[in-house]
Ligand binder design. Structure first.
Ligand SMILES: *Cc1c(COP(=O)(O)O)cnc(C)c1O
Length: 353
């Protein structure tokens, strides 16, 4: 069975050999204050620069999940309140977590097909951070880099924080356009769940120092102090970090990955547009995700197509939240091979209820 669920998603075919190596190399028993771990952390951070174009002054931090990053940002980075621009379930959850910690948090929900109208926003000084869900996994919409750029130009005094949980490792992200970026490894990195990634710019680190929040197990000040010597504030998910290191080592530079995924998504879009039963959930190509597709159809068609796909060894991703019965989703993540993706395309192209 090939899974096209957008998280947890298909893991890399090389995973068994990575796991065996992790065991054989003794890394799993290494102390997290030892040189072995510190080298692994340092090399992983270098690979973020080399393969994903992370700028030199950014710091890589490890968390347990993207959900943890939602809390960390409000707790340790936001000084007054954050303002959230979102279109779907993950963006909404982020807003709710943030509001629980800082009740003055506000947000604006836009339809998935609408480009954020940057010129029409009026955000006052009561907001010091803008929160953007760059790739909304629930409805397969995305915020393009030029919109992040326009936001930064309109609000140079505010910090931008970006949820790239299901796009980092799959598309080219211009990290210079925002100061806080986070993800989880069970999406585009093709790894088992249980490790989150948080990237902070030099300005974000200054903001953390200014806010001065400390004392919690995941206070950013504490995490950053440890990261300075490539250590972590608690015994980390060393296996997860090792596997991430191996995936980054073996992956093509992100520009190549991005081109490959865009090519595949264009083919999927053609298949859906010429199908008599399916429609793309996001009509606007400018806000459509590169790494996740959401396909809408009649409710009976949705359940029938999922069953028919299973018989062909293809597990399609379900719709998410309120879109559960009216859509299904297909991950276009790098760990899915071109052959597997092609098999799914052929199935959808010839599917008739
Ligand atoms: C999956 C996902 C999350 C949650 O990730 P966890 O690692 O489960 O916390 C958050 N945001 C987006 C956009 C996601 O796709």
């Amino acid at each position: 069975m090939i899974t096209f669920a957008p998280g947890p998603s298909k893991v890399y075919d090389a995973l068994p050999s990575y796991l065996q190596d992790a065991y054989t190399q003794g890394i799993l028993s290494a102390n997290h204050r030892s040189a072995v771990f510190m080298d692994l952390y340092r090399d992983t951070e270098s690979l973020f620069r080399e393969k994903l174009q992370m700028p030199a002054d950014f710091t890589l931090l490890f968390t347990s999940s993207a959900t943890e990053s939602w809390e960390i940002i409000s707790q340790s980075l936001v000084e007054k309140a954050s303002y959230h621009l979102y279109s779907g379930s993950f963006g909404k959850k982020w807003l709710e977590y943030a509001q629980y910690i800082l009740p003055a948090t506000r947000g604006l929900q836009l339809p998935a097909h609408q480009v954020i109208p940057v010129d029409q926003l009026h955000l006052g000084p009561e907001f010091d951070l803008i929160a953007v869900t760059q790739n909304e996994t629930s409805n397969a919409s995305q915020v393009p880099m030029d919109v992040l750029k326009a936001l930064g130009e309109r609000y140079p005094e505010k910090m931008i924080s970006v949820d790239t949980t299901s796009s980092m490792g799959g598309i080219v992200l211009d990290f210079t356009l925002a100061d806080v970026w986070y993800a989880s490894v069970q999406k585009c990195f093709g790894l088992p769940a249980g490790l989150g990634i948080l990237l902070l710019s030099a300005q974000a680190k200054e903001k953390v120092a200014r806010k001065g929040e400390r004392g919690r197990y995941n206070s950013l000040s504490f995490m950053l102090e440890n990261a300075e010597s490539y250590q972590t504030h608690y015994t980390p998910n060393v296996l997860g970090i090792y596997l991430l290191h191996r995936v980054l080592q073996d992956m093509d530079p992100i520009g190549q990955v991005d081109a490959r995924l865009r090519g595949r998504m264009a083919r999927l879009e053609e298949v859906i547009e010429s199908s008599p039963v399916f429609e793309l959930l996001v009509e606007n190509p400018a806000t459509r995700s590169t790494t996740v597709a959401a396909i809408a159809a009649e409710e009976q068609v949705i359940s029938a197509v999922k069953k028919a796909a299973e018989r062909e060894g293809i597990s399609l991703g379900g719709g998410y939240g309120p879109l559960k019965s009216s859509s299904f989703r297909v991950a276009n993540f790098p760990a899915i091979t071109d052959t597997e993706f092609g098999k799914m395309l052929d199935f959808l192209a010839s599917y008739r209820p």
